[in-house]
Design a protein around this ligand. Structure first.
Ligand SMILES: C[S@@+](CC[C@H](N)C(=O)[O-])C[C@H]1O[C@@H](n2cnc3c(N)ncnc32)[C@H](O)[C@@H]1O
Length: 207
């Protein structure tokens, strides 16, 4: 039996969403940083599909949203309609990050925001992400907000658990040295870990 969603409001993406000011700016930042506006974009742990919806408005990308929870993907489809975007630009896949049902090297731009704290096996996850990423493709995987936002807005949006450090297990992946070790074990090349007041992100530019 599917479990009721813990936080259903989070998956309805409209102007009242608590992060409504962030998603368009994050999409703009991703396009500015990576310059990828065509091809296939995969969003892992897509949730409401808010990042994909904002990328759809400013690029020609074909968009795939993957999430482990099918109930979330039903809401993502509603959000695509709410934003009056053509449904045939989007494909939604129910799957775990470690078992992505896409071909090797098929993804030009890979995004994952806010999902990594919930992954039980980060080495297997990064190996799976790297497998589907195309040579010359780019990935942004992590947790945080857009550096195009005012920092005060980011501080107000940040969930309290993210500041609780080791008291909350959702922060364990941010420990010093953990991500470089996991990326090495997963065989990922071309990765940079970026930590700043906006969040912690892994950027991958696959050679
Ligand atoms: C906090 S939400 C973030 C949603 C969206 N990326 C955003 O920024 O609004 C985390 C999402 O990751 C998904 N998720 C958690 N563990 C996952 C896993 N192992 N594989 C795929 N998706 C996962 C959850 O179902 C949830 O929708």
């Amino acid at each position: 039996m599917p479990q009721p969603l813990a936080d259903p409001d989070f998956y309805r993406y409209d102007a009242n969403h608590r992060f409504a000011a962030m998603y368009p700016l994050l999409a703009r930042q991703i396009v500015d940083d990576f310059g990828i506006t065509q091809g296939l974009c995969l969003d892992v742990g897509t949730g409401s599909a808010a990042v994909l919806i904002e990328l759809a408005k400013i690029t020609d990308l074909n968009l795939v949203g993957l999430d482990a929870q099918p109930e979330v993907l039903a809401m993502a489809r509603e959000n695509v309609a709410r934003h009056a975007l053509p449904p045939d630009r989007f494909r939604f896949l129910t799957a775990d990050v470690t078992d992505i049902p896409l071909e090797d090297g098929s993804v030009d731009l890979l995004i994952s925001r806010g999902s990594i704290p919930f992954w039980p096996d980060h080495t297997a996850a990064f190996a799976a992400l790297y497998r589907v990423l195309a040579p010359g493709g780019a990935a942004l995987v992590g947790c945080g907000f857009s550096r195009y936002q005012p920092i005060e807005e980011v501080r107000a949006m940040r969930p309290t658990w993210s500041g609780d450090g080791p008291k909350d297990e959702r922060n364990a992946w941010k420990d010093d040295g953990y991500l470089p070790r996991v990326l090495d074990e997963a065989g990922v090349r071309g990765a940079t870990v970026r930590r700043d007041p906006y969040g912690v992100w892994v950027e991958i530019r696959k050679p």
